[in-house]
Design a protein around this ligand. Structure first.
Ligand SMILES: [Zn+2]
Length: 256
């Protein structure tokens, strides 16, 4: 049985002189890992190969259960050229692709997240760097049930009333009140500005793709982040991701 879906390539490696193994985040089947035999031949049904961070139509044979599937056809539809022309956006896109690979399971569908990813890549491609980059991370964490608790103390549930202790803890699920901050060892500093940015991103992230305004290139948009705000937000999100995975994503060094 052959299945057709749309997908974005989030990982690839050469398998032999002519074949490749690609990880595709599909709209209806979640993440799949498949072998594309003969993909690297110019006259293949893969248009010469599946490029990382390109979106297209994929045909594959799902096989039984999880594991490697057989890819039979790929038609690229969008290569997000803007990303490939700007190293910083490209590195951010690599990082997001790795996060999808790390945080989602094979053949677990995440349709809305897929739509958000298309939107995020389009945003990075047109130069809306920080906000697309950060909002997508917040959306991904929410989708996989790992959102930080930002209004009340993650440990005792007490409202911070705007007087948070300045710490966030993955093991406790969110920000800490003063009392809990003294007792919890696994924690990271979060500045008032960092917390405010994260809250802003979370409310922005709650919008569905259909309700998103469409932005033109260079236009200020919803989350509207300055460079310094973006760095503050990323610092906290990087800590959260690292704590959730218990290690640093491989592409994290590209962000420095
Ligand atoms: Zn507390």
């Amino acid at each position: 049985m052959l299945v057709k879906d749309s997908g974005i390539c989030v990982g690839r490696k050469e398998y032999s002189e002519t074949s490749q193994i690609a990880t595709i985040f599909t709209r209806h089947h979640g993440k799949i890992r498949g072998i594309a035999k003969g993909a690297r031949r110019t006259k293949s049904k893969f248009g010469g190969g599946i490029e990382l961070l390109s979106r297209g139509q994929i045909v594959f044979s799902p096989g039984r259960g999880k594991g490697l599937v057989t890819l039979t056809e790929w038609t690229a539809q969008e290569n997000y050229l803007g990303i490939r022309r700007d190293l910083q956006q490209l590195y951010r896109a690599y990082y997001l692709a790795e996060l999808i690979d790390l945080f989602t399971e094979e053949q677990d569908r995440h349709e809305q997240l897929y739509d958000f990813f298309c939107q995020g890549l389009a945003g990075l491609s047109s130069g809306r760097g920080w906000e697309e980059f950060l909002v997508f991370q917040v959306r991904l964490l929410r989708e996989v049930g790992l959102s930080p608790q930002l209004s009340n103390c993650g440990r005792c549930g007490k409202g911070s009333g705007g007087r948070a202790a300045g710490y966030i803890s993955f093991s406790e699920g969110g920000i800490l009140c003063r009392g809990c901050a003294r007792e919890v060892l696994e924690k990271e500093r979060i500045s008032p500005a960092g917390l405010e940015i994260l809250r802003k991103l979370s409310s922005h992230a709650a919008r569905s793709p259909a309700n998103e305004p469409t932005y033109k290139q260079g236009e200020a948009s919803g989350a509207g982040l300055e460079d310094e705000e973006g760095r503050q937000g990323q610092k906290v999100l990087s800590y959260w991701v690292r704590a959730a995975l218990n290690r640093e994503p491989k592409t994290a060094y590209l962000l420095r």
